[in-house]
Every structure is written in C-alpha cells, then in structure tokens.
Design a binder for this molecule. Structure first.
Ligand code: UT7
Length: 351
C-alpha cells in the first residue's frame, strides 16, 4: 500500500491540466424504417404535416423482441467508437450513459454496458438530461480528463422511444417526432494545446420541467396505482410536450449556448466549420443556421431519416458528419442541445 499511495497522489495532484479529445465515434440504429406513410395507418396525420412541421421523412424504431434496448444499442455504438479509437474495452476507465428511456427504472444503463462490453469494474455514471444528455456527458468527461483522473472515457447517448409512445390521434404531436438509436464517443487525454474540447457550457431552467415530461409512473403515482385505477384517460406514462412553448424556448437557448461558447473562446460565428445541433426539429436547426448565417455545408442535419433520437442525436450526427468527410483536422466544431428540463448547453471543439 505504501508504494501505491505516492503514485496515486502524484497522478491526481498534477498541476498540469490535460485536454480531452474525441478519438473515436460510432452509432447504431435499428434496421426497421418507419415512414410517415406507416404512421398514417395508426393516427390522423399526413406526410405533408410531418415534413412541413418537423422535416422528418422516416425514423428507425426497434422491432419488439429484437433484443434492442437503450443499453444494448448503446453497447453496439460503443463497440464501434472504441474500435475506431484504436482501443479495447479494457482501456476505458470510466463510462457515462445518457438516456431518458432506460431499460429499467433502476439501475441505470451504464452498468448494463459495463457488463455487456465485459469492461473492468470501472465507474459507470448515468445522466438524466434528455436531449442535452450527450452535451452534459461530454462536459463531465472533459472535466475528469482535464484533472488527470481518467484517460479514456466512453460517453453514450441512446434512446428506445418507440416502446413508450402513444400511437393514436391523441399522441400524434409527440409520437411522429421520436426515433430510436444510439451514438457513442471515446474521449481521451491529450497534451496538445488548443486541440480537442475547448469548453463546455451547461444550463437548466426547472420552472419549465412540466412542459416536456413523462410524469408517471413516479414514486407518488406508481405502477400499482395506475393499474388499479385502470383509467383510460391516464396518459401520465406517455410523453407530454407543449410543442410551441418548447419550440420558442429552444430557438433562444440554442442561440445563447452557441454565443456563450464562441465568446468564451474569443471566437465568432464565422469561425464555425461545423455545427451539430441536437436534432429536435429541422425548423429549429434552420432557424439557428440562419441566425448565425451558416451555409448548408456548415450544419449537419439527419432528422429527416432518423427523427429526434434525443440523447443519441448529436453523437449519431457527429459520427455521420465525420464519416462523410465534413469535418477535418483543425476544424471548429460546435455541438448544441436543448430539451426537457429545460436543459441546454454547448460544446466547442477544435478537431
Ligand atoms: O427535442 C427536445 C425538444 N423538442 C423540441 O424542441 C420540439 C419543439 N416543438 C416542435 O417541434 C413543434 O411544436 C411540434 C412539431 C411538436 C408541433 O408543431 P407545431 O407547428 O408547433 O404544431 P402545433 O402543436 O401548434 O399544432 C398545430 C396543429 C394543431 O391542430 P389545430 O389545433 O391547429 O387544428 C394540432 O392538433 O397541428 C395539429 N397536429 C397535427 N396534425 C397532423 C399536431 N400533431 C399533428 C400531427 N399530424 N402529427
């Protein structure tokens, strides 16, 4: 023990701060494509309405019985990210899992991934920040790496929305939007200056918690009550969204978070090479794009084919943008998110 303590102390008490860098990315979506035409069969909606209001043409939904869940999809995305990073699952020394649709009420999906990927008995942290979950996860990982506490951190965002949507006319404003999938990133320590995650910015406003929420079952309205009451009008276990209210706040908060991130680094919107907005609604992304006068090649959207995958949307879009050659070494990449809570934030990266 005498020999271990001095080494541990040296490591955590280092004065030099490290930087963190994304060195591997991956995503997984179920094969099952659900088009707007498929939704018309189960609710009163139209392809025109969905495309005009959200930009969505299709989304992926888990096939029941396929074994895909937030944890298993997250593990699939993570395997790819770890491989791309040139690491093995044993090299990961901490993992963060962001989801609003966990496999279980508890424990969280992080420990499921630790087991599925046969990782060491590393710390596994679940975070509950909905659409901002991945941005929050990157921020936490960045702090742990900066202090020297961990070297390689896996950050996962994954959602299995389709199992919990109200697929009828009453739930149509919400259920046409959401898609299933997972994305993952490996953040690693770097001593390069001015590279990697430059800064992260996190915010919340709990006064609006109930504007986008799944209320039940909760600890005061538990499954037992819901079953006993057997009330067909109890929709507390379906997502509720005050769409226009959320939309209005989203466009303001997205913009604020981006401005805050740019200002913190002495940058301007003209310095942005790639903006990856959380894929909430194509109209929100376009509003932000126009506000910052970004050309189409500087914003990556994929809500058209994947819908809104909440915590998974940024890592999926970031992986795609990188794979399509839209991000190059030295580029300024901005991630921005807003969602339920309300929570919002941004990440500024020098790639
Ligand atoms: O990712 C987390 C953060 N989420 C967001 O940022 C999402 C923000 N909100 C939105 O994206 C939009 O508000 C929605 C896409 C959810 C809704 O679009 P909207 O333009 O705000 O529509 P609305 O809720 O004001 O509804 C307009 C009309 C209503 O009919 P009436 O009252 O005008 O007759 C709705 O009943 O559209 C109707 N409607 C639909 N019609 C066909 C609502 N959903 C549908 C539907 N198909 N799926």
């Amino acid at each position: 023990m005498d020999k271990i303590f001095p080494i541990f102390a040296n490591e955590t008490n280092r004065k030099t701060m490290y930087n963190s860098k994304i060195i591997g990315l991956g995503y997984y979506v179920p094969d099952n494509i659900v088009t707007n035409a498929d939704l018309i069969k189960v609710m009163d909606t139209t392809d025109e309405w969905i495309q005009e209001r959200t930009g969505i043409q299709e989304r992926r939904w888990v096939i029941e019985g396929s074994g895909d869940t937030s944890a298993t999809m997250g593990a699939k995305a993570a395997r790819i990210a770890i491989e791309k990073a040139g690491l093995t699952t044993k090299d990961i020394d901490f993992l963060i899992f962001a989801t609003l649709s966990p496999d279980y009420y508890f424990p969280g999906c992080g420990v499921m991934v630790q087991d599925l990927l046969e990782m060491n008995t590393i710390g596994a942290l679940d975070i509950r920040n909905q659409c901002s979950g991945f941005v929050y996860g990157i921020s936490v990982a960045d702090q742990f790496i900066k202090t020297g506490m961990y070297k390689n951190i896996l950050v996962i965002g994954a959602e299995y929305h389709s199992g919990g949507l109200e697929l009828n006319d009453r739930g149509r404003n919400v259920s046409v939007i959401f898609g299933d999938g997972a994305g993952a990133a490996v953040l690693s320590r770097t001593e390069e200056k001015g590279k990697g995650i430059l800064s992260t910015h996190l915010h919340s406003e709990g006064a609006h918690a109930k504007e986008l929420i799944v209320e039940g079952p909760n600890i005061t309205h538990w499954v037992d009550d819901i079953m006993k009451e057997n009330n067909p009008d109890d929709v507390s276990y379906y997502p509720f969204m005050n769409g226009q209210f959320v939309f209005k706040h989203a466009v303001v908060r997205f913009s604020e978070a981006i401005i805050e991130g740019l200002q913190a680094n002495g940058l301007q919107s003209t310095d942005i090479d790639m903006l990856i907005p959380h894929q909430a609604n194509l109209r929100i992304s376009q509003f932000v794009q126009h506000k910052f006068r970004l050309t189409d090649d500087k914003v990556h959207n994929n809500i058209q084919k994947f819908g809104n995958t909440t915590a998974a949307s940024i890592p999926i879009a970031l992986t795609e943008a990188l794979e399509e050659g839209k991000i190059k070494e030295g580029d300024l990449v901005v991630l921005a998110a807003f969602g339920s809570g309300f929570t919002w934030g941004s990440v500024i990266i020098r790639w």
